[in-house]
Design a protein around this ligand. Structure first.
Ligand SMILES: [Ca+2]
Length: 329
C-alpha cells in the first residue's frame, strides 16, 4: 500500500515538474495554425498558459480573436495583450485578420490588457524568473521590443520555442521575413532557442481523415475549430493547398512530445539587407546558435495533435495537477 502511494507521489511530482509556464506570442487570425496551436495548448495538461500577446497589423482584432477562442475553451482567466502593429523592419503588409469573422459580437468578452504586448512579456518573465517559456508563433517584433525595453530580460526567460526559419537550405519564411531585424535581435539575445523551421513544419498538414474526425465530434470546442476551418477555406489564397499546414501546432509538439522531433545545434544567421533580406541561412554562416529541428515523425505528430484536439477538455487533468501540487506543498 505504502509502495503504491510512493509510486503515485513520484508520478505526480514528475507531471508537475514537466509542466511548462508558457506565454504565447501570436499573429492569430490570418492562417488557421495559430488558433489550432492555442487550442492544442488549452488541451495540453503539461502546459500552464500564463498569457497571450498578439503581433503584426491589427493586433487589437487579433487579441479579440484570442479572447474569443479562450471563451470557447472556458479560459477567460488568461490575460491577453495587444502588441506591436508595425514591424521594426517592415517588409510586407499585414492581412485583414479574416479568421476574426468567427467572433460573435453578442458575446461579452473580458477586456484586452491595458499592458502592451512587450510589457506583458516583460511582466511575465520578471515575475517568473527563469521559468517562462515563450512560444513565438509570429514575427518576432514584440519579443525584440521587450528585449530592447528591459536589458535584463534575456536572463529571465527560460527558453524561446519559435516557429520560423529553416534548418536546411537558406529560405525567407513568413515569420522571419516579416521582421528580419526583430529576428536578428531575438536570435542574438543569448536566450536558449528551440527553432522549428519551415522545412519541418510543412511536414504537418491536416489530413482529410482529421477533418472527418473533427466533423463527427460534437464537442463545443471541436465545433469551434470546424467553423474556423470553414472560414479558412473561404479566405485561403488560391495557391494554398486544400487543407492547412499546422506550422504553429508543431511548437506545441516540441513541448508535449519532443521525442517525435530530432534536433541539432546549428548557427542561424538572418540576412538583414540586400536581395536576400529576410532569408535565414543556417549552418553556412557564423551566427547565433539554436537547437533546430531537423526531423519529425510527421504521421505520429499529426496523430498526437488530432487526438489532443479531439479529446475531452483537460480541465479535470489540470485540476488533478493543481490538487497534486497542493498535496505536495
Ligand atoms: Ca503564426
Amino acid at each position: 500500500m505504502r509502495q503504491l502511494s510512493m509510486q503515485r507521489d513520484a508520478e505526480r511530482s514528475q507531471l508537475i515538474s514537466a509542466r511548462y509556464g508558457v506565454l504565447v506570442d501570436t499573429d492569430i487570425g490570418d492562417d488557421i495554425d495559430d488558433a489550432m496551436a492555442l487550442a492544442l495548448i488549452l488541451q495540453s495538461p503539461e502546459i500552464d498558459l500564463w498569457g497571450i500577446t498578439t503581433v503584426f497589423g491589427n493586433t487589437q482584432l487579433r487579441a479579440s480573436l484570442a479572447l474569443y477562442l479562450l471563451h470557447a475553451y472556458g479560459r477567460e482567466d488568461v490575460c491577453v495583450a495587444a502588441g506591436a502593429q508595425m514591424p521594426i523592419q517592415p517588409r510586407q503588409r499585414p492581412s485583414g485578420v479574416p479568421q476574426a469573422a468567427i467572433i460573435d459580437t453578442q458575446v461579452v468578452l473580458p477586456a484586452i490588457s491595458t499592458l502592451s504586448g512587450p510589457e506583458l512579456i516583460i511582466e511575465a518573465a520578471l515575475s517568473h524568473r527563469g521559468q517562462l517559456t515563450l512560444l513565438c508563433l509570429g514575427p518576432l517584433t514584440n519579443v525584440a521590443t521587450a528585449l530592447r525595453l528591459e536589458p535584463d530580460l534575456f536572463m529571465a526567460i527560460k527558453r524561446i520555442v519559435m516557429v520560423g526559419g529553416t534548418s536546411s537550405f537558406p529560405f525567407p519564411d513568413w515569420n522571419i521575413r516579416s521582421d528580419a531585424r526583430a529576428a536578428q535581435i531575438v536570435l542574438g539575445a543569448g536566450i536558449p532557442i528551440t527553432m522549428l523551421g519551415w522545412n519541418i513544419t510543412t511536414r504537418c498538414q491536416l489530413r482529410a481523415s482529421d477533418v472527418t474526425r473533427l466533423r463527427n465530434n460534437h464537442a463545443r470546442q471541436t465545433q469551434f475549430l470546424k467553423q474556423l476551418l470553414e472560414i479558412w477555406k473561404r479566405h485561403r489564397p488560391r495557391w494554398q493547398a486544400d487543407l492547412p499546414y499546422l506550422h504553429d501546432a508543431v511548437a506545441v509538439v516540441a513541448l508535449g512530445a519532443p521525442e517525435l522531433l530530432e534536433f541539432q545545434e546549428m548557427t542561424a544567421r538572418v540576412i538583414g539587407r540586400g536581395i536576400f533580406k529576410g532569408f535565414m541561412a543556417p549552418r553556412i554562416l557564423d551566427g547565433p546558435l539554436v537547437q533546430a529541428a531537423i526531423g519529425i515523425q510527421a504521421g505520429a505528430a499529426m496523430e498526437w495533435i488530432t487526438r489532443r484536439l479531439l479529446s475531452p477538455s483537460h480541465a479535470q487533468t489540470a485540476q488533478f495537477l493543481d490538487d497534486a501540487r497542493h498535496g505536495i506543498e
